[in-house]
Design a protein around this ligand. Structure first.
Ligand SMILES: [Mg+2]
Length: 342
């Protein structure tokens, strides 16, 4: 499913950024964060994000049903709004479909997408449909708002901050492994594959974290903790260390990893698609934030690392105490890199 390509995602984003010109006077955030941000009035920012799911790259028909494809397309975009601490409002859909696509498939896909958007008060307000000579592509753009001054960027982390993550890691990636091996039956299979098929956008958590005023930087975890920590620290011009023994890996993910014969920590660090929030805050504020999130949303939150000065680099402290360079996360166009943990 992950195919080699002549380009890598980070490189092509840099190329686009270099050639796209300057931001307008009312644009506060451009390319390189979870959403763009445009100043609507002195008190309000408009956030916009888009994300595409392509058949054969992000999903395959035999194991991804059309409702789940619709739900997932909405959820991954809503997650980007959550990562800024914003509130989503409207969505726009571009659907590229082969001529042979059956009407019931399209109906189920749209129902999944609209249902997930509605759950968060978001209206599908427009878009386009085009004929595809090959795979199906679902591309969604979501617009939302945030109070000016309360939006959380990737750029604000400072040395000494703690790094925290909502929820649990590695389950979605374990779910993908099980979906691709339909004969591998384990008792927790359904729960694990649902985490890949239908991620939970952390909108309430993102809102609460933004309102707290204590969070300095935030990103949603689409490409694995390792890769997204790298993105956050590059944007903030810092280093970081991640404590492998503290990663919140669920019992289900550990059971699935055993069946898949892989290391659950690899899934948490490099697997991707958990769509949890990774954020930094000054260490004295961490216990209160953890309590507040648990009380108000029921979501657990765990300290997984620490922000360091940039000169100290990016590394992982393994459970045996050894320091190793941070592995790569999942990157479109790059070859897979795994198995760096004992
Ligand atoms: Mg994102």
């Amino acid at each position: 499913m992950r195919k080699k390509n002549s380009w890598q995602e980070f490189q092509i984003i840099d190329l686009i950024r270099q050639r796209s010109g300057r931001l307008g006077v009312r644009d506060q955030i451009g390319i390189g964060d979870d959403t763009s941000a445009h100043c609507v009035d002195p008190r309000k920012l408009e956030l916009i994000t888009c994300d595409a799911l392509v058949e054969g790259v992000h999903w395959e028909s035999p194991w991804c049903d059309p409702e789940s494809l619709g739900v997932k397309s909405a959820a991954v975009n809503l997650s980007d709004i959550a990562a800024m601490g914003g509130t989503p409002q409207r969505a726009f859909l571009v659907l590229a479909l082969p001529a042979k696509t059956a009407r019931p498939f399209i109906i189920r896909l749209i129902d999944g997408l609209v249902g997930e958007l509605s759950r968060f008060g978001v209206r599908l307000a427009g878009g386009d449909t085009v004929l595809s000579p090959g795979p199906i592509m679902v591309s969604l753009t979501v617009q939302g708002t945030a109070a000016a001054g309360a939006v959380i960027r990737r750029t604000g982390a400072r040395p000494g901050d703690l790094l925290l993550v909502t929820g649990e890691l590695g389950t979605a990636s374990a779910g993908l492994g099980l979906l691709r091996r339909p004969r591998l039956r384990i008792p927790v299979r359904d729960r694990v594959v649902q985490r890949w098929l239908r991620p939970l956008p952390r909108l309430r958590e993102g809102n609460l974290l933004a309102q707290s005023g204590k969070v300095r930087a935030m990103i949603d975890l689409s490409d694995g903790l390792a890769g997204d920590t790298r993105r956050l620290t590059q944007a903030s011009q810092t280093g970081a260390c991640i404590f492998a023994s503290q990663l919140p890996v669920s019992l289900e993910a550990r059971m699935a990893a055993r069946a898949l014969k892989c290391n659950p920590l690899d899934l948490a660090l490099c697997g991707g698609e958990d769509y949890e929030l990774l954020f930094s805050c000054p260490s004295p504020h961490a216990p209160k934030l953890i309590n507040k999130l648990r009380k108000r949303t029921g979501t657990i939150c765990t300290v997984v690392g620490k922000i360091l000065p940039q000169r100290e680099g990016l590394y992982l402290t393994r459970p045996d105490g050894c320091r190793v360079d941070m592995p790569s996360g999942w990157e479109h166009g790059a070859s897979e890199k795994r198995d760096f943990l004992p």
